[in-house]
Design a protein around this ligand. Structure first.
Ligand code: ADP
Length: 402
């Protein structure tokens, strides 16, 4: 089976064509700067194999429609392509960030579904418009392939009201559905499932804390395989300190800035989402640059690392209290998979709660799941590479096989 997984941002299209059964990836790529004078496309055929062939294009790409057509031309190109015609694609899986309260599982797309995703645009103004554009273009370009949407929010629909309600006037929930939704659900679910496989135990028996640390970051409390709380909220801004996002702040800061600095709502929103987090604290949002700066004696970089890892630790501790008994903590995504210092600092001082890292194991880098806790650690600690594309392709296959 060949599934094309598409993740459309407001000005980008990330794509991968893969077989969910064999896990082999035929092609992966990224279209960026859609709508800007100079668009870019990087296409990798047979990535990670000895046949890998990279094609790059630079040209104006006015909209998602033009971007998708370029992708289809490339993957069906007689010389550089990986399939002979687009009819070979069996299904399309779309990543959608916000599925509101309606979707707790993937769904086969029809007009009603697209309209509902559109109605969630106020909840995810940076993400859902790009998804809608991508779905509409794909429906036109691949009229015979079933289209499935897989939602970042779906895994978290099992969170109970005491964890998803904000203590605001109740009418705001009734009128505008203001509540905690949570994100990165596809990744949290994937690494939880993978860990159960590694331990050879049913996921429905496990209590886990899954820690996804990439450009964006979130931590989820997984009780007997189901999400019961997570750090992100109505939007992906709440919770952890991220690359450019503040995570938790005193909400009164917004009114304070409006009154004392004359900032508009738009300016405050941009500041919290794009100019805060690690970047706000030290001017850098890539953890590799921050480590390099710390090695050169940059104090603000050190503060940024400290603020980020302290917040991680605080939430891991909070979720240990939420779950009561924890079988394992799992780190994943760019920072979680690669950064032993962040992992160590995020778990510092948790020994009396049963968390003991094996320093040697933690220093390892692996492309496969690895256990990094000491043999006598009551709570196991693992690093599990996430694979959201594979998870989306599998979910797409599974719902179509039902
Ligand atoms: P996204 O949220 O965009 O999917 P990723 O999961 O790819 O992000 O994570 C990207 C981040 O991971 C980078 O910004 C960088 O901070 C961090 N990262 C990637 N590789 C390393 C590494 N070797 N060491 C430390 N941090 C890393």
């Amino acid at each position: 089976m060949k599934v094309l997984v598409i993740n459309c941002g407001s000005s980008s299209i990330k794509y991968q064509l893969l077989d969910p059964d064999t896990e082999s990836v035929l092609v992966s790529g990224l279209v960026e700067r859609i709508g800007e004078p100079r668009g870019e496309l990087i296409n990798k055929a047979y990535p990670g194999t000895d046949r890998e062939a990279v094609t790059t294009l630079e040209q104006p790409i006015p909209d998602h429609d033009a971007g998708m057509r370029l992708v289809v031309d490339l993957i069906t190109d007689p010389e550089k392509g990986v399939i002979s015609h687009k009819g070979e694609i069996d299904a399309i899986g779309h990543r959608v960030v916000h599925g509101g309260e309606r979707f707790s599982a993937p769904v086969v797309v029809d007009e009603d579904v697209v309209e509902y995703i559109e109605s969630c645009i106020p909840l995810a103004p940076l993400h859902n418009p790009g998804h809608v554009a991508g779905i509409r273009v794909a429906m036109e370009l691949f009229p015979d392939a079933p289209q499935v949407t897989v939602f970042d929010t779906a895994f978290h629909q099992t969170i109970p009201p005491h964890a998803y309600m904000y203590a605001l006037p109740y009418e705001l929930y009734e009128e505008l559905r203001i509540r905690r939704y949570g994100f990165h659900g596809t990744s949290h679910k994937y690494v939880a499932g993978k860990l159960a496989e590694c331990l050879d135990r049913p996921l429905s028996e496990l209590n886990l804390i899954t820690v996804h640390l990439g450009n964006g970051g979130s931590i989820t409390a997984v009780e007997k395989g189901r999400s019961v709380d997570t750090t992100m909220g109505l939007t992906p801004l709440e919770g952890l300190v991220m690359g450019t996002r503040s995570g938790d702040v005193d909400p009164a800061i917004c009114a304070f800035l409006a009154r004392n600095k004359g900032m508009s709502i738009e300016e405050i929103d941009t500041m919290l989402n794009k100019e805060s987090g690690l970047k706000g604290l030290c001017g850098m949002n890539d953890m590799r640059d921050i480590h390099a700066a710390i090695a050169e004696g940059d104090e603000r970089a050190e503060i940024a690392l400290g603020v980020q890892t302290y917040r991680n630790r605080k939430y891991i501790g909070a979720f240990m209290a939420v779950l009561g008994c924890v079988d394992a903590i799992v780190f994943t995504a760019g920072i979680g998979e690669n950064d032993d210092v962040v992992r160590r600092e995020s778990l510092k001082g948790l020994e009396c709660l049963g968390v003991n890292i094996d320093e040697k194991a933690n220093a390892h880098r692996a492309k496969e799941p690895m256990r990094i806790s000491a043999v006598d650690s009551r709570v196991a600690v693992w690093v599990i590479p996430t694979n959201e594309e594979l998870a989306i392709a599998r979910e797409t296959r599974d719902i179509l096989n039902k």
